[in-house]
Every structure is written in structure tokens, then in C-alpha cells.
Design a protein around this ligand. Structure first.
Ligand code: PMP
Ligand code: GLU
Length: 387
């Protein structure tokens, strides 16, 4: 059977496929160090699990509102007010099956075929593919120092530009945008009246006492043009529960709701109860995990600094480190050989639109990080990188 062109052109998610290849090798008994997976390795906190069990026992097992339970949307509304200084009513929020579905719905709802979406590189792997699925055009904006230069952003905008995607803290570089930088970007977005899809999924995983600022919180004009995306996967170690959300004006959320009504009907009811408990419960667990990521980041940096010629931006947030080395020219073959020969799984930079780099995810124990870096060091020394 002939598959639709729109899907034929879409590549499978490289982050997910490398992570599952690493898991498969581990299952076969190989001593694989998996530094590829972009998911916290901690158990979901107990109080969240209990809420899920309770939902099951109470038979909370039916469809909910299409856009998620009102209580949960109200909880998210309070969270956005308290933590981000943003006012969204429950009608301006939609809960989806992971932030991934929220992003996908937003792109499908906003873009007509042929319209352009500006994506700064290096980018998270799924953005360009989601844009292609909407038959829109991903326009990759190469960055210097891993952040968007507002003047370059302005030069990239055309009559067909519909959306600009902002991801802070960023995957795969870990950079975060400061208030002044966000202000300059917001001015361009307002001037050209385009939408800003602001993916803030890593907002809680942030280091050195830095603060996360949502671009939507700068002023009402930018808020009206922003679709804010967030979720529970990273902050609460809930990747498998699949709960994310979007906040934006009623018209956009209403359109996303219409789309969702025909695709998934609503997010999983049990997971919604768990997400509600996550929001309302003690946030100490979130801080405990964040602290542990910070310790791992510091350890990883210390170890990598012992390898000559490796360079990387210091991750200020998220749990990724994006490194380059003169011997990594073809990052895909480098990563494949590193996995085959040294049994270390990382994601090649090319998957994020930046050749010559590798992404290391520090969602592994200190021991695994240490062993992974030792093997990388050995590989660089003995094999000399690319063939
Ligand atoms: N945005 C970014 C930048 C990500 O790295 C991820 C990876 N999980 C997501 C969104 C989607 O997260 P989820 O669907 O698990 O909520
Ligand atoms: N976002 C994570 C990553 O970048 C999980 C995998 C995915 O959804 O891409 O590794």
C-alpha cells in the first residue's frame, strides 16, 4: 500500500530510536551506558503514584472533558499565575497527551500549507517533522553561540512566516534566555505579528540559581501572540504518564480542542488525576531531582574538561550537554561507532540540525556518567573519531 507523501517524508524520532536501541542492547545483556535518553531516571514521586492508584480504585476511568478535567486546568491556571506571573483562565488551557501532542496540535491549528515556521538550530528533533506533517515549511535559523540573534530572526521573517519556535531552557544545548534577550525577540515578534510557540518543558530544571522567564510574561502584546507549552514529563519524572498542556487565547485553544476531540478525545483520565496531585503536592521532590541533576551536570563538566579539545556551552538548564570535538565531523557515524565499539549511547548533533556535535543526556547515575566519559575518552584516543 502506498503511504501518504506527508508521512513518507517524516523521519522517525532519532532520540527515541537511539534510546530504544540502547535499551534493547542492555536487555541482551550488553554493558551499555545510556546517555541518550531524554527522560529523568527517577521514579515518579510516591504521592503522584498514589493519586493514580486512587483514580483507578475510584473508577475514574471514563472520558473527561476534551481539553482535560476542569480541576486540572484550574490547577494549571493557578500554577501559571503563581510561578510565571501569567493570567490564563481554565478556558485558555488545554491538557494533552504529553507536551508533544500540545505542540503538534498547536502547529496543525496555526499553519496552513506553505506557511513558514522559524526554528532556531540546534533544535529539538520533533519540531521540523511536526511542521512538515502540517504541510508547512520549517525554516531553520542557524544560531551563533546557540541563541537566536534578534536581527537575524528579523531577516529570516518573510510574508509567509507564521510561527517562531522558542525553547528555553533548550534541548539539546541547555541554554536559557535572559529577560533582555527575550524582550528583544518579543519586539520582533510583535512588530511582524507572528506567533511565538514557547516550549517551556524544562522550566523547573535550571541551575546556578537562575530563574526561568516565560516570554509571555513580558507584556500583554507578546502574551496575545504566544502559545505556551509545558508538561509534567520532565519536572515530575512522569514521561510515561503522557500529560502536557498549552495555554493561549481562547480562539487558539478552542481550535486545538476541536482537533483533539477527533484525535484522542481527551488525555488519559488516570494520568490527569496524577498530574493534579503533582501540582498540588509538596514540590520538595521536584527540587530534590533538580539538585541531583545539578550535581550530575557539575560532575560531567569536571570529567569532560579532562578531555583535550572538547568544547561545550555550560548547560544552564535541562539535562543535556552538547559537545563538539575536532574528531567528530560525521556525528551520526561517530555515535553509531561509539555505541557499537564502546557501548555508549549518545545522540548525534545532526539529529538536532548541527553537525560536529554529540548530545549527552545526564539522566544517568554518577557512576554511569563517569564510565561513559571514560569510554568516550578512550574512543577518541584510540580510534581517532571518524574513519
Ligand atoms: N519539548 C521538548 C524540548 C522536549 O525535549 C520534549 C521531550 N520529551 C518534549 C517537548 C515533549 O515532552 P512530553 O511529550 O513527554 O511532554
Ligand atoms: N525529548 C526527549 C529527548 O530529546 C525524549 C525523546 C523525545 O521525545 O524526543 O530525548
Amino acid at each position: 500500500m502506498r503511504i501518504a507523501k506527508r508521512v513518507l517524508e517524516v523521519k522517525p524520532s532519532p532520540t527515541l530510536s537511539i534510546a530504544s536501541k540502547a535499551k534493547e542492547l542492555k536487555r541482551k545483556g550488553l554493558n551499555v551506558i545510556n546517555l541518550s535518553a531524554g527522560e529523568p531516571d527517577f521514579a515518579t514521586p510516591d504521592y503522584i503514584i498514589s493519586a493514580g492508584i486512587c483514580a483507578l480504585k475510584e473508577n475514574f476511568t471514563r472520558y473527561t472533558d476534551i481539553s482535560g478535567m476542569k480541576e486540572l486546568r484550574e490547577g494549571i491556571s493557578q500554577k501559571l499565575r503563581k510561578e510565571n506571573g501569567l493570567t490564563y483562565s481554565a478556558e485558555e488551557i488545554i491538557v494533552s497527551t504529553g507536551a508533544k501532542q500540545a505542540l503538534y496540535n498547536a502547529i496543525v491549528v496555526l499553519c496552513d500549507p506553505g506557511e513558514e515556521v522559524i526554528i532556531p538550530a540546534p533544535y529539538w528533533v520533533s519540531y521540523p517533522e511536526m511542521v512538515r506533517l502540517a504541510e508547512a515549511v520549517p525554516v531553520v535559523l542557524q544560531t551563533r553561540n546557540f541563541k537566536v540573534d534578534p536581527e537575524e530572526l528579523e531577516r529570516t521573517i518573510t510574508k509567509r512566516t507564521k510561527v517562531f519556535i522558542l525553547n528555553s531552557p533548550a534541548n539539546p544545548t541547555g541554554v536559557i534566555y535572559r529577560r533582555e534577550e527575550l524582550k528583544a525577540i518579543a519586539e520582533i515578534i510583535i512588530k511582524h505579528n507572528i506567533c511565538c510557540l514557547s516550549d517551556e518543558i524544562y522550566e523547573r530544571i535550571i541551575y546556578d540559581g537562575e530563574e526561568h522567564i516565560s516570554i509571555a510574561s513580558l507584556n500583554d502584546e507578546i502574551k496575545n501572540l504566544t502559545i505556551l507549552i509545558n508538561g509534567f514529563s520532565k519536572s515530575y519524572s512522569m514521561t510515561g504518564w503522557r500529560i502536557g498542556y498549552a495555554a493561549a487565547d481562547k480562539e487558539i485553544i478552542g481550535a486545538m480542542k476541536r482537533l483533539q476531540s477527533h484525535s484522542t478525545s481527551c488525555p488519559n483520565s488516570i494520568a490527569q488525576k496524577a498530574a493534579l496531585a503533582a501540582l498540588g503536592g509538596n514540590q520538595r521532590e521536584v527540587e530534590r531531582m533538580r539538585k541531583e541533576f545539578e550535581e550530575r551536570r557539575n560532575f560531567l563538566i569536571e570529567k569532560l574538561n579532562q578531555i583535550k579539545e572538547i568544547t561545550f556551552p555550560t548547560p544552564e538548564g535541562s539535562f543535556y550537554l552538547f559537545l563538539s570535538h575536532p574528531k567528530i565531523s560525521d556525528s551520526l557515524s561517530f555515535a553509531e561507532r561509539l555505541l557499537e565499539e564502546e557501548k555508549v549511547a549518545v545522540v548525534p548533533g545532526i539529529a538536532f540540525g548541527q553537525e560536529g556535535y554529540l548530545r549527552i543526556s545526564f539522566t544517568a547515575s554518577l557512576r554511569e556518567i563517569e564510565e561513559g566519559v571514560e569510554r568516550l575518552k578512550k574512543f577518541l584516543k584510540n580510534k581517532g573519531g571518524d574513519r
